[in-house]
Ligand binder design. Structure first.
Ligand SMILES: [Zn+2]
Length: 356
């Protein structure tokens, strides 16, 4: 049998196989996310007692976030701002992009909390341990992969005082000239509204809403989404909306918006926003939002297939190219030999034995 006849299916096989492998990193990535870990992060954050901006609990939570993100192997930076006579910090971990490192995507969640007894007791389980836990779980997995663009994982502080931390962050980023292309903000994503099936509401710039919905449709089952393409204040996405931050696109993922309408979390900003409240949090729902956010972010930032997959793909393509070139050369050589034989004997000579 001709070598080129073996080579072509082999090359095709390699290309197809590497294509299949290249398509599956997203599935692999999403498979690394753990609902158990997600739930664990919610509990740990609540255990600080209160994360109200001017308490020691807030400082402890800040240090916990910095330590946890650092343990994932990323460079962590605390960014200070002043508010109400206190110096407080946002926490930022960076995963540098390998192709377009100057393009930045952000996933953020505010980790401070409030309640009717904020100085001592503000568990903030849904608002917003639920979103902060998702950011941490996504960071733990995405930090083990490579992306074309840079991803920043951010815990925002003092959101409850009026988006103080995120506004300080966006202002400093503008001064630096950071090209923040997209920003996903998770705030209150795990409240269970009892018998009614949960829906995730998305608020923000239309283009990003569409990308979030596309990624969710492709990779997550059973997460109904209602999109509100609105330029709305109310959480940390606001300073990053197109209207506020040139070149950026932002969205807020929240459960049971609009605010204060039927279905809205009745324990909002109370001491009962706690995992100790019976049948309160729907971790399964919060975890689906975590998966959808991870898929969106990985899509946006450009997940790079792992080196072995790239190597397979390259060798398949190379083999195919060599096979083609070899085949053409061989055909030309054969033809020349045939012509010579024909000229010599005056009749057609089979050259089947002449090929290897
Ligand atoms: Zn909140």
């Amino acid at each position: 049998m001709r070598k080129s006849l073996i080579r072509f299916p082999l090359a095709l096989g390699l290309v197809l196989f590497s294509g299949w492998l290249a398509a599956s990193p997203m599935t692999n990535l999403l498979g690394q996310l753990s609902q158990f870990d997600y739930q664990d992060y919610v509990g740990t954050l609540q255990d600080f007692g209160t994360r109200y901006f001017n308490t020691q609990g807030n400082v402890n939570a800040t240090n916990y976030l910095a330590g946890t993100l650092g343990n994932f192997g990323m460079t962590v930076r605390q960014e200070a701002f002043n508010y109400g006579g206190y110096t407080r910090n946002n926490v930022e971990a960076t995963l540098p992009g390998l192709v377009t490192p100057n393009q930045i995507f952000i996933i953020g969640a505010h980790f401070d909390s409030t309640s009717n007894a904020a100085a001592t007791d503000a568990p903030g389980a849904d608002d917003n341990a639920s979103g902060t836990a998702a950011m941490l779980e996504i960071a733990s997995v995405l930090s083990q992969y490579q992306f074309a663009s840079t991803i920043r994982f951010i815990g925002f502080n003092a959101e409850e005082q009026g988006l103080i931390g995120s506004q300080a962050y966006a202002a400093a980023a503008k001064v630096r000239g950071d090209a923040i292309v997209g920003m996903l903000n998770l705030d209150m994503i795990a409240f269970s509204s009892g018998n009614t099936p949960g829906t995730l509401e998305l608020i923000g710039d239309q283009s990003l809403l569409s990308q979030f919905i596309d990624a969710t449709t492709a990779y997550v089952t059973g997460l109904p989404i209602i999109a509100y393409p609105e330029d709305k204040w109310g959480s940390d996405h606001y300073p990053f909306l197109k209207s506020q931050y040139q070149g950026s696109s932002a969205l807020l993922a929240i459960e049971d918006y609009p605010w204060r309408q039927p279905g809205w979390n009745p324990t909002y900003h109370t001491t009962a926003d706690s995992t100790n409240t019976p049948n309160y949090l729907d971790y399964g729902f919060g975890f689906k939002v975590t998966q959808a956010s991870a898929a969106t972010l990985a899509d946006l930032a450009g997940l790079i297939p792992e080196p072995p997959v790239m190597l397979l793909l390259l060798s398949g393509l190379l083999l195919a190219a060599r096979g083609r070139r070899g085949g053409v050369t061989r055909r030309l050589n054969e033809q020349t030999a045939d012509d010579a034989r024909r000229a010599q004997s005056g009749r057609w000579v089979s050259n089947e034995s002449g090929t290897s």
